[in-house]
Design a protein around this ligand. Sequence first.
Ligand SMILES: [Mg+2]
Length: 396
Amino acid sequence: MKIIDVKCAVIGSNPVVRIKTDEGIDGYGQAEAYKPYLKPFVLFYKDALLGQDPTNVERVMNRIRNMASFKPWGSAVSSIEMALWDIAGKAAGVPVYKLLGGKVRDRVRVYNGAVRFKLSDYTPDGFADIMQKMKDSPERFSIIKQGIAFHGGMMERFPDFFYGDFNQGYRYPNRGLLTEKGFKHILECIEAMKAVLGDEVGLALDCGPGWTVPDAMRLAKAVESMHIAWLEDMITGDYTPYVLADVYRDITHSTTTPIHTGEQIYLRQNFRELIETHAVNIIGPDPADMGGIAELKWVAEYADLHGIMMAPHGTGDGLLGLAALVQVCAALPGNYIAFEYPTGDPAWWYDIVDGLPNPIVKDSYIEVWDRPGMGVNLIPDKAAAYLTDDDKDFFD
Ligand SMILES: [Mg+2]
């Protein structure tokens, strides 16, 4: 089998990759909705892919993997990898999880990072209100993640939140020591969320990046009695092009509260220090950023050997990304907690793919399906209506 074309369309705001083969089998992959600018980066790899046998996934990946980096620049390579596995599964007539070692579980747990409600204000009452709505949502999520502090709008709206000067700019330009008032405000908001969730639903907190070490230690210690699921990305994380594993280690070893990071990290090599030095308790690679689903499987196995758990990121990965997450998470070892459930946005996404269960999530779980490849496909007749003029030939 040979690759004869590589296409990319921006559908809604998700870049979607389509790899065509000479045997009439197509593979699809999808990158985060936050990256509509990726199309030229996907097409950059086309010449290296044409003529290759897509079922030799690793051999093909060796041709392109080095020409990418941390989030957002690993997304094009990652979505190509997903499309290759989709083809490999379809060609073999098996679901992708069979090619990744087989199913470890029949259903995969998801956590909520995408089913959102409007936050009226960044006060304890505001957070309690959205937490109640998320707790009541029909997916019955068993873990809900909420942005606080430097992740989200809290720092802009709360006066004298930290000692630094507030910067506008691309993602997360702010960091610094919190004021005592700012710190207490964060704590009050967390207490209000916990009062709603009780011990029925786990609370994970996406915190940064932007924290200093003493504040990170203070927060982790202050919430120890609250049984927080994890504190995410305090030092580095979302869109930070480096790791600082040794700094994380100081925090993690000072507390019983689980510390989490890793959504921006590209490739297994860049997880090595984090894992080998036990610098965090949980890692959250995103298969649409880290280099793909086989990369995620490999890192999860290595993390498991070191007592580190997995809560893969995925909020913007769309419905084809959801399928990829289901396939790989079905094959992860026992250190798997849950992956971050992506929604279709806009809602017409649910009309243009087939193969998803309805409802998708029941009691915070998704049943793993058994169709070949990723098991979820774009419906060309329906999806064509959402192609821009630039992408009209996507299904040709
Ligand atoms: Mg995050």
